[in-house]
Structures are given as C-alpha cells and as structure tokens.
Ligand binder design. Structure first.
Ligand code: NAD
Length: 719
C-alpha cells in the first residue's frame, strides 16, 4: 500500500467537539485526491473509535477556499478502459460521505470560502452548513460546464433537499455560482456569518442545540419536496424538461445536462443508496466522454491564455493612463465604454463633436441599464461617464499613451487619422488598430513608429464579447505586444496573439464556415436544412442568419481583396461554390443582408427576422443535391478546422490554446468541441480519423477539404 500525506487535521476540545481541518500540504487548494480519501478514512476510523466521547464534528479548511472538488487533470487522462476504476473511486468517495452523515452525531460544514463542485457535495453531506460572507465565498455546481455531473452524491442530495424542479432548474444544470445571501435563499446553506472567525462558534452553538441531528432523508417518512416523479403532478411536468433544457441550451444537446436530468429523475423514485449508484453510472459515462475532455481542455486553455501564455516574457510595462479612441462608431463607442469601465481615462474622437458625443451616449445607455439592474451605483456610473471625453480635435490626444483606431475599414483613411495624432500623443504611445481585415503591416507603413503599431481586434458587441485578437505586424515590437496584451487583460478580455495575414485568424476562419453554407445552397440543399445543420453541429446561430447580420457584401469584399492580392503574387485564388450565390443575392435579387432589411431572410419594419425569403427556394430548388445531413454538419466544422491548420502552417497561429479560445469566444465554433484544434485532435480515431474523413469530404465536395500535409504527417505519428 502507498503511504499518503495527511491532509486533514484533527482537534478535539473538552466539550467533545471534533474539528476536522482540511489542509493539503502539497497543494494551494484542497481537492478530493488520493491523500484526501486516505485522510478522511483515518478521521472516520478515529471518530468511530472515540464515538462515546464525541458530541459533534465540524468540517472546515485552512485554505482560502473550502474544497475545490475533483482533480480535472485526472479526468483528462481517463479512457474507456478506466470505467471500472473510476466507478470504484466514486463509490468510495460516496461511502465516506455516507458514513459521515450517518455517524450519529451532528456534523456541520464551516465554509470559509468557495465550496464549488465536490466542495459543495461534502457540505451537503453534513447536517448544517454555515458560510462566511467573505470575498470569494460562493457555492454551486460548475460540473455541467465541464461536461460532467456532481458524482459525489450532489444530485442525490440536492434533489432530496430542494425538490426536482429547483435542483434541476436552478442548481444542477445552470452552472450558477451562489453568493452567500443567494445560497441562503436557495436553501443551499443554512446560516451566513460575516467573518471566518465567526464560523466555528456558530457551528459549535448549532451542534450543542441539535444533538440528534439527522439528514431529512434519513428520517422516517421523508418525501421529496414538491413530490417524486411517481407523483402525478410531477409526472405531468417531466416530459417538458428536455424541451426546456434544449431551449435554455439554445438547441445544443450536450450530454451532461441530459445525464443530470436522467440521474435526478431516475434517482428520485428509489432509495438513497440506489440513487447514488444511478448517479455514479451517469458520472462514469460522462467522465470518459469526448465532450467532457473537450470542455475541461477549454477550462485549461482559457486559464493559460488569461495567465499570459502568449505574452512575451520579461517586459515590465506601465499600464496605460490615457486611452485615445479614433472613431466613435459602433466599435469605437464600445471600446471607450469597456476602457472607462476598467477605470481608464478615454479621449473619444470622431469627425465632429456631435458624432463623438453620440459615441459617448452609447456608454450612457449601458450605464443606465447597469444602474437600473443594480449592477452598479449611480455614482459609479457617473464616474465612468466622466472618464470619457468626446472631441473632434486631434490636439486633445495630447497625453494619450495608448491609441485604438476604429474608423471605417479603409487603408487610406486609417493611415490619415494616425498621421493626424502620431505627433500629438506621447512619444512612446501604442498605436493600435481595430481593423478586422486590413493587413497590420500595410497600415503600419503609414506611421513613423511602426514598432509601436499593432492590431487590437475587438468583437461586436464589445462590452459582451470576451475575446481580443492581437495581431503583430512585421515591425511590431515585443514590448508593444506586451503592452497591448496587458491592456486587454486590464479591461477583462481574453487576448489571443496571431501574426499578420489577410483576415488574421478569426475573420479568415469564420469565412470558410459561411462559404460552406452558401455553397450548399447553390448545390440545391434546402436552406432550412443548412440552418439546422449549423445549429445541430452546435453553432450558436444558423450560418445564413449570421451572414445576413454581417452582410453579404463582406465575403465579396474579402474575395475581391484576396483576388487583387493573389494577382500581384501570381497564384490565383481558387473559386468557391459560394461566390456565384453571393453575387446573385446582391446583384440579381438585391438582398445584401439584414441592415437593408433583405437577405437570406425577410425582416419586418423593426428589423426582426421573420422567415427565410421564399424566393431562395425558387432560385435554388432544393432536392437537386444529395448531401447527407452529417456531411452538411461536418463540412462546416471541417472547413474551419482545415483553414486553422493552414493558419498554423503559415505561421499565423502560434498556439493551440489561442486557436481554441479564439474559435470559441470569437467566432462561435461549437462549445462541445473544445475549440477548433481540440476538435481535430479529439476526432474519433484521432488525427488519422480526421484525415480519413477529410479525404472523403474532399472526394465528394472539392479540393478545399484535402487534409494539409502537416496534418497528414501528424496523423502518421499520432497513432
Ligand atoms: P462605424 O461605421 O460604426 O464607425 C466608424 C466611425 O469612424 C464613424 O463614427 C465615423 O464617423 C468615424 N470616422 C470616420 N472618419 C473619421 C476620422 N477621420 N476621424 C475620426 N473618426 C472618423 O464602424 P464600426 O463598425 O465601428 O467599425 C470600425 C472599425 O472596426 C472598422 O475598421 C471595422 O472593420 C472594425 N471592426 C468592426 C467590427 C464590427 O462588428 N462592426 C468588428 C471588429 C472590427
């Protein structure tokens, strides 16, 4: 047998109360690792041995959080072959908690900080939960967001405590974190104290006045609040659950919410022990699944990205003090808002003071909403607005040490507005452009200090989209990159870093997805099927709907620019099946998209989408093409994946984490995939399986699906 490091301290006071303090000496947080299991076994043995002199048990932690839950690295390493072992491990965790709650003396959880996932499961296996209302104190079940379910009795106990409707609808499938007062209101904790020091006295007092504490479900005659599934009133509502879930998850049938639903309902009509076995079975199926690994990878990727994996090391840079935003349109106004919200002073310039004022008004509207909803105070809102200074005068850029330009998408105009301010701003000011397609190196040719020039690409709407794509031009310095990166973090965004190329990474890759859908239309696939394929593949919106939002002139402009660029270099752009459809939509039918009220869809006078334009089916009679539905879905996913591989081949992308995070947060690549690189790597059969399928699609639908050589090489070595 292996020896384990003790992670639980035992202290017994004169009144017979045992305090068990979780304090893993090897890690910054307590997790339910092997040391924890062994230590809890030891503690339970000692409790049994000293039963007669024990009056109660308090469970607490010496870390800033209570318990962080299971070890995600362990789950990442699981394969199907590990099912029996995972099952045994989970059964053991459950048995320990069951022993604790049926010990025969009151047991209290003194929660000194976050108790999420496994931490909350431990807490639910006690008779009374006291939570300190301190910074970072939250409880909840984040498992669903990782493609998992609470497998330590969390479903069984929350259903028995809160009832099926509340447990499923508010706690288990929502990924919601409850602050102390919310946790109290929801019934997840029983008591809130204002300081960590107040925890043990409160726990002690409760133990002394509740010597016969027992779990409600261990009392004779306990019934599930609101009723069990066999209760006709509950039975009548259950068939609606999957549909409701589908709606809240926007049509994406992710396996975890469905497994949670099944475990909760199946477990509610049987005894506690059987319910635990059911929960374990569903847990194991998720813990070995592709989707859980993908979502856990996202968790780690996001952490790496935000921690600065792509930031050059060794540059201690001052955060900006005054931001200058050029162009107060949709993007400029949004950038001004998020900057001011992060406490930065912003000069917001447009061609006229009126236009600049309108940009500031955008912030005023967002502030008003925040104040109305109680998300900020009137004072905070006023202070935010006071930090934005609208102007039409370049001289007001004096003192600015960080510029972001967001004027119309034109090289000449962009170069001109930089010329106006480059000698007004501080001499070391960062010169950033929010262009979504123009080469950064070309734009940088218009300024004197090209080393300070960089692309800082935001997504619309700026206040809600968490991604920033940072683009380095040929001359951009490492120091400028470090400053742009830190700025993005300062305003709370996740920054990915890419090298200059037409469309960078995100715009370039999303275009292949849209083109694929449009090409299918031209082949005679019914437009409703195309939209369904996109949604069922997991995209947040149908591709035709999305292209309507972006306007159809965008792919045409991108195509024209690419054609112009390739004609200079000599290699011709390969024509795409989407080209002719786009041209017809614009030139023949005059339906360029939502902004003109006419696109693939029809729109009412308020700009609301009403239905697919019936003319579409006449122009492209459906049924001519025989494209299997799975092919349709995978054409979209593969088109983006293969373009991403090309971005790596060309040195546009530098890291898989950046590609994954960028595709998920920026361009709606389906969440279940873990991002565009993870999609390739986790494809059934691995990279070799992906390559085989790409060849199949290539034979059926065109050369663009041919797997790039770099991928074929990796396929050979990855099996
Ligand atoms: P917009 O048309 O809403 O705003 C452009 C603004 O620039 C207008 O207010 C215009 O008056 C102003 N402007 C024009 N000439 C100017 C000058 N000489 N000095 C100062 N201001 C001037 O456009 P937008 O959607 O905000 O896009 C701006 C930039 O952001 C473009 O480069 C675009 O490609 C890029 N971008 C847009 C999106 C998006 O979803 N709209 C996303 C990412 C990046």
């Amino acid at each position: 047998t292996t020896t384990h490091t003790p992670t639980i301290r035992w202290e017994k006071s004169d009144d017979g109360i045992v305090i068990l303090t979780l304090d893993d000496p090897n890690h910054s947080a307590n997790t339910m690792n092997a040391d924890y299991v062994a230590s809890l076994d030891t503690a339970l043995e000692q409790l049994t041995a000293e039963f007669d002199s024990v009056t109660g048990v308090i469970l607490t932690s010496a870390k800033t959080t209570f318990v962080a839950g299971g070890d995600l690295n362990e789950i990442l390493s699981h394969t199907d072959d590990d099912a029996a072992q995972i099952s045994a491990h989970v059964a053991r965790l459950k048995a320990q908690l069951r022993t604790l709650e049926t010990y025969g003396r009151p047991v209290v959880a003194a929660l000194n900080g976050a108790a999420l996932g496994g931490g909350l499961e431990i807490a639910l296996a006690t008779h009374h939960r006291v939570l300190a209302d301190v910074r970072g104190a939250v409880v909840g079940f984040p498992e669903v967001g990782l493609g998992l379910l609470p497998g330590g009795g969390g479903i069984v106990r929350s259903v028995r405590m809160l009832g099926i409707a509340v447990a499923i609808g508010e706690v288990l499938t929502t990924n919601r974190r409850f602050r102390p007062q919310e946790a109290l209101a929801a019934g997840l904790v029983d008591e809130v104290v204002s300081t960590v020091d107040g925890l043990v006295p409160a726990a002690r007092a409760w133990i002394l006045s509740n010597p016969d504490a027992r779990q409600p479900w261990d009392r004779p005659g306990h019934t599930i609040p609101g009723g069990a599934p066999s209760d006709p009133r509950i039975a009548a509502t259950i068939p609606a659950y999957p549909a409701t879930l589908r709606k809240t998850l926007k049509g994406v049938a992710l396996p975890a919410p469905r497994a949670i639903l099944a475990a909760a309902i199946e477990g509610a009509d049987v005894d506690f022990e059987t319910a635990e076995v059911i929960e374990t079975r569903y847990f194991v199926s998720l813990a070995t699944s592709r989707v859980a690994k993908n979502l856990i990878t996202t968790f780690f990727d996001l952490r790496a990205v935000n921690a600065g994996a792509s930031r050059p090391v060794g540059f201690e840079v001052e955060p900006p003090s005054r931001i200058g935003v050029l162009g107060a349109g949709m993007m400029g106004a949004g950038i001004a808002y998020v900057s001011a919200k992060a406490g930065l002073d912003v000069v917001l310039k447009d061609v006229s003071i009126e236009a600049a004022e309108r940009g500031r008004q955008y912030s005023a509207r967002l502030v008003e909403k925040d104040v109305d909803r109680g998300r900020s105070t009137a004072e905070q809102g006023a202070a935010l607005l006071a930090r934005i200074r609208p102007t039409a005068d370049p001289a007001d850029f004096s003192g600015v040490d960080f510029v972001i330009e967001a004027v119309f998408e034109s090289v000449e105009l962009k170069q001109a507005v930089f010329q106006e301010i480059q000698n007004v701003v501080r001499p070391d000011s960062v010169l950033g452009s929010n262009t979504s397609t123009l080469p950064i190196t070309t734009l940088a040719e218009g300024v004197e200090r090209s080393a300070d020039f960089i692309g800082i690409h935001f997504f619309s709407p700026v206040d809600r989209m968490p991604l920033v794509e940072i683009i380095t031009g040929r001359e951009t310095s490492e120091r400028t990159l470090a400053r742009a990166f830190d700025f993005a973090r300062q305003i709370g965004k996740s920054p990915i870093v890419v090298n200059d190329s037409r469309g960078f990474f995100t715009s370039r890759v999303i275009m292949t997805f849209l083109n694929e859908a449009v090409a299918a239309l031209g082949e005679g696939v019914d437009p409703a099927s195309i939209e369904q394929a996109g949604l069922q593949a997991g995209y947040p919106a149908g591709p035709l709907q999305l292209l309507d939002e972006l306007t159809l002139t965008l792919p045409r402009r991108v195509r024209d620019e690419a054609t112009a660029a390739t004609s200079r270099t000599g290699d011709a752009r390969t024509p795409h099946g989407a080209d002719a459809v786009i041209d017809r939509m614009i030139d023949e039918f005059d339906r360029p998209g939502r902004s003109s009220g006419r696109g693939f869809y029809e729109y009412d006078e308020n700009g609301r989408r009403t239905r697919l334009w019936p003319g579409l089916r006449k122009a492209y009679p459906a049924g001519r093409a025989n494209v299997p539905f799975d092919d349709l879905k995978e054409r979209m996913l593969f088109a983006e994946a293969i373009e991403t591989v090309k971005c790596f081949d060309e040195g546009v992308l530098r890291s898989a984490a950046d590609a994954n995070v960028g595709s998920l947060l920026g361009i709606g690549f389906p969440a279940w995939t873990g991002g565009v690189v993870q999609y390739v790597e986790s494809y059934p059969g691995g990279i070799a399986g992906f390559v085989d399928r790409a060849r199949e699609l290539s034979a059926r639908y065109g050369e663009r699906f041919a797997p790039p050589d770099s991928l074929v090489e990796r396929a050979g070595t990855s099996i």
